[in-house]
Design a protein around this ligand. Structure first.
Ligand code: ADP
Length: 165
């Protein structure tokens, strides 16, 4: 069974990677697809997000990375899948994802949305919070894969805490 895990992944975080690794154990094939979110100003170009995702999923032979735009459900059909994977962090995700899953079901009743609950250590992680902390010089080690951390440090060097601070 093939599934699609869509998101903006700007950039991929340890929370996303945890969902990818767990979904890759459930489904035979997983396509991780970058969809630009028109409501959010992007930090990384879609091509760079795809490149970072490819690098961090290299150890997963049944995972491929793609990008697309427009409606999700026809895309899912085009790649020969019938399952959409979504990660759930909190009740705040649930309200939006609930409406989105029902709308997608209305658009194509044969496509199912499957929710995977976040691992507790990543429950507070989002790409936007990572960008906010990194842009202010905070350390995000362990919260994003090393390749992402390097890219963020190129953009915003980490401010080492001085003595007594
Ligand atoms: P965000 O900018 O909020 O990280 P994305 O669009 O990149 O959002 O997220 C893609 C998918 O991954 C969504 O289903 C989202 O709920 C899920 N997700 C994001 N962060 C986490 C996390 N820390 N744990 C579990 N799922 C997550």
């Amino acid at each position: 069974m093939k599934a699609v895990y869509p998101g903006s992944f700007d950039p991929v975080t340890a929370g996303h990677l945890d969902i990818i690794e767990r979904a890759a154990r459930i489904f035979d094939r997983l396509v991780v697809t970058v969809f630009p979110n028109p409501a959010k100003a992007p930090l990384f170009a879609v091509e760079e997000r795809v490149a970072m995702l490819r690098e961090v999923t290299r150890h997963l032979p049944n995972v491929e990375v793609d990008s697309s735009e427009g409606l999700l459900v026809p895309y899912v059909r085009r790649v020969g899948a019938r399952v959409i994977v979504k990660g759930l962090r909190a009740m705040s995700d649930f309200d939006y994802e609930f409406r989105m899953a029902l709308m997608n079901k209305k658009l194509d009743p044969e496509v199912e949305t499957v929710f995977i609950l976040t691992s507790s250590q990543y429950a507070y992680l989002s790409s936007s919070l990572i960008k906010e902390v990194a842009s202010l010089g905070g350390c995000v080690t362990g919260l994003v894969p090393p390749v992402v951390e390097r890219r963020l440090r190129e953009l915003w060097p980490v401010q080492e805490p001085g003595p007594g601070s």
